[in-house]
Ligand binder design. Structure first.
Ligand SMILES: [Fe+2]
Ligand SMILES: [Fe+2]
Length: 228
């Protein structure tokens, strides 16, 4: 790369980071009303029954503008990165594979022109809650987690639905709010999952496999279309 192109790319990188920060700031400004409004907005199905395979194929068109670990890398590539990192470590349980495949399908809302601050970023609780209240009894900032949960709940085991719903929380920060079930799921599923979800992100290490390599697995894990 010549010097001029290198300079330009550095400038683009700075611009991307600044925009990501703006999105993160707007996400933190979500109020209880914003969350209720978004919940209502996405209560009804968007498109009817859809195959999970088709949703994952669409992820190739989705880019998270708030993610400064991925930059412009698309969300299908992110999913493949998570799967490869798990494979490298010999993680093969269906639970973890299911979570890796579908945890971010809620980001497809970016294709529906939803504002990025309502789709991406990490989630924190809004308001004060007593110790051990249980995450389901707290209101958290709204993003792709809650949307994906609303579509996948009932299609995956209860603990995986929980994992999808809370995969964007800071576990240490939310620990005081957790009840016994939350704590068990956080230790067994969320902490190990976040290691791969967050830890495998790279704008430079592209996965060697394609989504097609996982087609059989996807069709086995999700044989029926889901109401999306
Ligand atoms: Fe996510
Ligand atoms: Fe992810």
């Amino acid at each position: 790369m010549n010097v001029k192109a290198g300079f330009q790319s550095a400038r683009q990188q700075v611009r991307f980071i600044r925009e990501a920060w703006r999105i993160q700031r707007r996400h933190r400004m979500q109020t209880l009303e914003t969350v209720m409004e978004l919940k209502r907005k996405y209560e009804a199905p968007l498109t009817g029954h859809v195959r999970v395979w088709d949703l994952l194929a669409r992820m190739a068109a989705v880019m998270d503008p708030s993610d400064t670990s991925l930059y412009g890398v698309n969300q299908q590539t992110h999913v493949l990165q998570v799967l490869e990192a798990m494979e490298r470590d010999g993680v093969g349980e269906h639970d973890m594979l299911v979570a890796a495949l579908v945890h971010d399908i809620g980001k497809l809302l970016l294709l529906e022109r939803e504002e990025p601050e309502n789709v991406t970023c990490m989630n924190a609780p809004i308001g004060e809650y007593s110790r051990g209240a249980g995450l389901d009894n707290c209101v958290l900032q709204w993003n792709h987690d809650e949307f994906a949960y609303s579509r996948l709940n009932g299609n995956v085991p209860d603990h995986i639905a929980w994992l999808i719903r809370y995969h964007s929380i800071d576990v240490d920060r939310c620990e005081p709010l957790m009840d016994e079930r939350d704590r068990e799921y956080a230790t067994r599923y969320l902490r190990p999952f976040q290691k791969y979800d967050q830890g495998s992100k790279s704008a430079f290490r592209l996965p060697t496999k394609t989504l097609t390599d996982y087609r059989e697995l996807i069709e086995t894990l999700f044989p029926k279309p889901i109401l999306y």
